[in-house]
Design a protein around this ligand. Structure first.
Ligand code: URA
Length: 300
């Protein structure tokens, strides 16, 4: 056991030096460190029928739901669990996400920073969605309702989705940081999460992505993109797909940028840029695009 703990200690130190704040061990890791055969997984020992997740197969489902994905569009690359992901129990996607939400409530790496507020805001939407949208952190309204994107920026996001022919309930909406960043004299004020605050929370959104495996991710703003490991300005990143854990990721302006531009800048230019990005997302998703939709915000 001492050889294994030495190896583990070394590994943890290396992770810490690289900025890691937590670690999840896959089943069998200790055995591998000891040079033994990994013990069979509990699920491998169960009868096949018990092992199945509760998602019905098309052949056996009484009422198939055509709009739902029965399998992820982007199966996770091997090895199944990449570094930085959180291991959760549960036999269905919903159970795993519920377990992840419970962990987020008490997440020590975030709470111990003492720079984030107390209320955890997790995510909202369809866990089988093909489209996942990722923002930076909840604001005042989100904290009140414990739901991402319900304030003014959220209303703008809902309008963008509507223009795409989508309801909020058909997509999955999450944030890099699960807590509202704290400020002195906070009132309704918000600030961006720091790199440290994002690092403390990012395992949650990465694990959500790993569980949901959407067909496309949209990162809303440069902070969300940075949290997903895509650094740069939105101006330089937008208009093409990047990659998050093997999933095509479009970076576009945050809806609050559109709100700001509408008040004090060039709202139409901002909306046109976002819409061009969303047309690419719709194409990638195979959504129908009408001539009217193609023409939104085009220069006359
Ligand atoms: N801005 C975000 O980035 N996320 C929210 O949930 C709300 C506003």
């Amino acid at each position: 056991m001492s050889a294994a703990s030495d190896l583990l200690k070394q590994h943890l130190l290396q992770r810490q030096l690289k900025g890691g704040t937590h670690i999840a061990l896959r089943p069998g890791t200790m055995e591998r460190l000891l040079g033994q055969e990994p013990a069979p997984k509990l699920s491998d020992m169960m009868p096949a029928a018990r092992r199945q997740e509760s998602v019905p197969t098309p052949a056996t489902a009484a009422t198939p739901a055509p709009a739902k994905r029965l399998v992820p569009d982007n199966p996770a690359p091997e090895p199944r669990r990449a570094a930085g992901l959180i291991q959760v129990d549960g036999s269905t996607l919903e159970e795993k996400l519920a377990a992840l939400r419970v962990l987020a409530e008490k997440w020590e790496p975030a709470r111990s920073l003492n720079s984030l507020r107390q209320t955890m805001v997790f995510a909202v939407g369809d866990p089988c969605a093909s489209l996942m949208l990722v923002g930076e952190a909840p604001g005042a309204e989100e904290e009140k309702l414990r739901e991402p994107f319900v304030g003014p920026a959220g209303q703008k996001l809902t309008a963008i989705l509507k223009a795409m022919g989508l309801e909020r309930s058909q997509v999955y909406i999450s944030n890099i940081c699960k807590f509202r960043p704290a400020m002195e004299n906070q009132g309704s004020g918000n600030r961006k999460p720091t790199a440290e605050e994002m690092r403390a929370c990012v395992s949650f959104v990465l694990t959500e992505i790993d569980l949901i495996r959407p067909k496309v991710i949209v990162a809303l703003g440069a902070t969300a993109a940075e949290g997903l490991g895509i650094p740069g300005s939105v101006g330089g990143l937008r208009g093409r797909f990047h990659n998050t854990s093997g999933i095509p990721t479009m970076v576009t302006y945050h809806p609050s940028y559109i709100l700001r531009e509408e008040k004090t800048g060039d709202g139409i230019r901002a909306k046109r840029a976002v819409w061009e990005d969303m047309l690419k997302v719709m194409e990638k998703l195979g959504l129908p695009i009408s001539e009217k939709q193609r023409g939104y915000f085009q220069a006359k």
